[in-house]
Design a protein around this ligand. Structure first.
Ligand code: C5P
Length: 218
């Protein structure tokens, strides 16, 4: 059905992106990475020289950049004022600043509008922190994806070709702490969400589970 929306929320590094793209590919759906939108906003603020810890400054600037997301699961793209920032948004400086920026209500309100527009008539897998709880609570399928911090840090370090697992883990846990503790749209298991713990599952197994949930929901 064209209207199907699959919401995939969860902690940092739990495998949301690989899983969501895989599910979208299998089911012929579009894909939206809302984390990339918060990262793009953060990249832009850093480039403008705006102090990302200054909530008032961030709030005042949040309306300025034009952020656009592609929805092809095989080639996700994200642009800011026409510049492709798909690679730049994965930098360490963005990792360190994105959670404080994402806690600012004006930032969330701005991106919420773009997210709802992109979801449109549905037919999409959407990943983030607050998709099933705030952005699209009416999603036909809601998944809360988690994994043990060790597993998450190991996967993420390997993905980035790095070696410092402890440092990666610290960075993931710091983001989780801020994302779960903020007042506006904190990371939480949405009502009606199915909890999938991917610690001891392969990517293919996680994808299979979500595809099975979607098949039942259609
Ligand atoms: O998913 P990803 O790790 O790329 O998200 C980066 C950051 O963006 C998160 O740590 C969180 O601060 C923010 N985010 C959010 N709400 C979403 C998606 C991401 O606050 N729906």
């Amino acid at each position: 059905s064209g209207s199907l929306v699959i919401a995939v929320d969860g902690t940092s590094g739990s495998g949301k992106s690989s899983t969501s793209r895989g599910v979208a590919e299998r089911l012929g759906l579009r894909y939206l990475d809302t984390g990339a939108m918060f990262r793009a906003m953060t990249w832009w603020l850093l480039r403008e020289g705006i102090d990302v810890r200054d909530e008032a400054a961030v709030a005042a600037a949040a309306g300025r950049p034009t952020i656009e997301s592609g929805t092809d699961p095989l080639a996700p793209t994200i642009t800011v004022d026409g510049t492709d920032v798909s690679v730049a948004i994965r930098a360490d400086e963005v990792n360190a600043a994105v959670s404080p920026v994402s806690a600012v209500p004006e930032v969330r309100a701005r991106l919420l509008e773009l997210q709802r527009k992109a979801i449109g008539e549905g037919g999409i897998v959407v990943e983030g922190r607050d998709i099933g709880s705030v952005v699209w609570p009416q999603a036909e399928v809601k998944v809360y994806l988690s994994a043990d911090p060790d597993a998450r840090a190991q996967r993420r370090t390997a993905e980035q070709g790095g070696t410092d697992v402890a440092r990666t883990q610290q960075s993931l846990l710091e983001r989780d702490r801020i994302d779960s503790g903020r007042a506006t749209a904190p990371l939480t298991m949405a009502e009606g969400a199915v909890h999938v713990d991917s610690t001891h599952l392969t990517l293919a197994e996680v994808i299979d589970r979500i595809v099975a949930l979607a098949t039942r929901a259609r």
